[in-house]
Structures are given as structure tokens and as C-alpha cells.
Design a protein around this ligand. Structure first.
Ligand code: NAP
Length: 313
């Protein structure tokens, strides 16, 4: 592979940054990888695992970089942008991996100097683990990476970034900012909120009525707990910054829930069957699109006798 960027600065050195670093290095796509994270502990781990150099400040880290990737929680993007603004190299590209795009663009764009290209992005890939030790090179393989370039964005800079992302295995699509935030509210943000709520309900039940909900969690509940184990800071920021779209989708969710609740109350089996038939087809569509495994129980190993089965992750 040919080198696409000579010096990549990763700001924030957790799951997404470390996965990018492993993938870029394995494919020989970059000259050097430098980075910055808030804590000395994370910086030391990154230096040991995937960074050539780490810096105590983001400003120092971006000096001389031709690609800067903001990999911090959405709520921290603006502060970082303000700090690095005066230190960005002319002609450099700044991108981000934030799960919400409007809030990041509003927070970062004002600090992008003339002659620097800002191309916002979002990989639709992740796990419930975080930190510099959680990354792996294949995280983005066959996963979508959405770019939301601003009006008048430099075409060559966008194509160069696209080339890097495709070379680490991602399928790149370009999307309008508002559309991104609405789509993500449907496919990711609201489902996470529902998972958090369901686990919260079970926890409350356990505490108030001593029900054995954890012991019997091998049914659907276990998958909710995996999602609900996601990073609290990241998800707090997602809901604070994609408020309108999430509230819109939650309203629709509540309407659907009431319809199903009524069908159950009225014993309307026909309605329930038709509904579940439609939702089953959606699952099949996701598998056909190569976005999940068709193996039973999401490819988990067979349950041990009497147990709930171990997750692969
Ligand atoms: P993570 O593993 O928790 O890592 C976050 C990193 O940001 C850590 O290295 C942390 O440093 C650093 N950081 C936080 N605040 C900072 C600040 N003010 N200054 C400097 N560094 C700071 O998170 P992640 O999962 O990689 O997520 C990073 C971004 O990717 C988020 O914007 C998220 O929305 C987006 N994203 C996540 C996923 C996912 O599933 N995880 C998927 C797609 C996109 P310390 O370790 O020193 O605290």
C-alpha cells in the first residue's frame, strides 16, 4: 500500500483511535502516528501499543500533521478545536469520529483556519469497550464510515481521506449533516436509550422484588446489557447533542409501543404476527447487507450446561 498521510495526529486515544492506528499501520498507509489524550496513563498505553510519539497537549500533537483525527467524546470536540487551531499545518485535513455531526460541526468549524480542510466523519463501528487497549485493526472492516463534508469542501482532500478509510476496510458514504443525525437517532442512539432503560427496569425489579433477572438473562435481555455497558461519557454526550432527533424518534417509539400494548390487551394476535413478520424481514435485510452474522445467537458459542452461554466479545 502507498502512504496516504505522512503524519497522523490522533486526539483522544481510546477504542476508535487505537483501532484506526492498528489498521493504518498494518496496511502501511501512514508515515508516523502521534497522539494526545487527557491522562498520562492513556498516553503511556498508546505509546506502548500504537503511537510513535505522544504529547501532553493537543496543540503540540497536531504540529506538522497532515491528518488530524479528533477521537474525543462529542462534548470535548469544541475545546480541543480551540486549543489546536493556531497549531494546525497549512493544507492539513482535520476530521472527527463523533457520533453526532451537527453539534461537532458547530463546535469545531469556527476554529478551522483558512487553508485547513475540515471533513467531519463517523464510523458506524464500535464495541462496548473503551480505552487504548480495546482497539483492533479489523473494527472498521465492511462497516460504514459516513462523511458529512461542508458546502464547498475541497474535493481532493475529501477523496484523500476517503482513500484512507476505504484502505482500512470501511465502506464510505457521503451524507448531509442533519440527515446523519436523524438516521443515527433511529439506528443507534434511540436503541441505546431503550437498552439503558430496559436494563434499568430489570435492575429496579431486582432491587425492589428480588427477582432473579440476571441469572436468567440468556434471553433477549443479555443483548440489552451488552449495549447498556457502553461508555457513559460518550453516550451522555450523544443524547445531549442529538436531542431533537432522539426526542423525535422516541415519540414515534412510544406511539408504536402503545399500538402493540393495545394489541396485546385486545388479544389481537393477527396484528402482532404481522408486525413481527415485518420486523423479521428487517433483520434478514441487515444480514444480507453483510452488517451482521446469520449464526444463531449472534455467533455466540453454545451454552454450557445449565448456563447462559459466553459472549464472543
Ligand atoms: P474512548 O475509548 O472512551 O476514548 C476516548 C478518548 O478521549 C480517551 O483517550 C480520553 O482520554 C480522551 N479524552 C476525553 N476527553 C478528552 C479531553 N478533554 N482532552 C483530551 N482527550 C480527551 O472513546 P471512543 O469509543 O474511542 O469514542 C471516541 C469518539 O468516537 C466519540 O466521539 C464517540 O462518539 C465516537 N464513536 C464511538 C463509537 C463507539 O462505539 N465507541 C463508535 C463510533 C464513534 P483518557 O483515556 O485519558 O481519559
Amino acid at each position: 500500500m502507498t502512504v496516504v498521510y505522512n503524519r497522523v495526529a490522533l486526539i483522544g486515544l481510546g477504542l476508535i483511535a487505537s483501532s484506526m492506528a492498528h489498521a493504518m499501520r498494518q496496511a502501511g498507509l501512514v508515515g508516523s502516528i502521534v497522539g494526545h489524550a487527557k491522562s498520562a496513563e492513556t498516553r503511556a498505553a498508546a505509546l506502548e501499543l500504537f503511537c510513535d510519539e505522544v504529547f501532553e497537549t493537543a496543540a503540540e500533537a497536531v504540529k506538522g500533521a497532515d491528518l488530524v483525527v479528533l477521537c474525543v467524546p462529542v462534548g470535548a470536540m469544541g475545546t480541543i478545536a480551540a486549543e489546536i487551531s493556531a497549531h494546525l499545518a497549512l493544507g492539513a485535513t482535520v476530521t472527527d469520529v463523533g457520533s453526532v455531526k451537527r453539534a461537532v460541526v458547530d463546535a469545531v468549524q469556527p476554529y478551522i483556519p483558512e487553508g485547513v480542510h475540515f471533513i467531519p466523519g463517523h464510523p458506524l463501528a464500535g464495541t462496548e469497550y473503551s480505552g487504548p487497549r480495546s482497539g483492533f485493526a479489523t473494527l472498521f472492516k465492511n462497516r460504514w464510515w459516513l462523511l458529512t463534508p461542508l458546502e464547498g469542501a475541497d474535493e481532493a482532500a475529501t477523496q484523500r481521506l476517503r482513500g484512507l478509510l476505504e484502505a482500512i476496510g470501511a465502506n464510505v458514504d457521503v451524507m448531509d449533516i442533519e440527515h446523519h443525525d436523524l438516521v443515527l437517532a433511529v439506528v443507534s442512539h434511540t436503541p441505546h436509550l431503550i437498552a439503558y432503560t430496559m436494563v434499568g427496569v430489570a435492575d429496579h425489579m431486582r432491587r425492589v422484588s428480588e427477582q432473579e433477572v440476571i441469572k436468567y438473562s440468556a434471553s433477549g435481555f443479555r443483548d440489552f446489557t451488552r449495549i447498556a455497558a457502553s461508555d457513559p461519557t460518550m453516550w451522555r454526550d450523544v443524547f445531549l447533542t442529538n436531542k431533537d432527533a432522539v426526542l423525535d424518534i422516541l415519540g414515534r417509539f412510544a406511539e408504536e409501543l402503545f399500538v402493540l400494548q393495545r394489541a396485546i390487551r385486545m388479544g389481537d394476535g393477527e396484528h402482532l404476527h404481522a408486525y413481527f413478520t415485518r420486523t423479521r424481514a428487517i433483520r434478514r435485510g441487515i444480514i444480507e447487507a453483510g452488517q451482521d452474522t446469520s449464526a444463531p445467537d449472534f455467533g455466540r458459542t453454545a451454552p454450557a450446561a445449565g448456563g447462559g452461554g459466553e459472549g464472543k466479545e
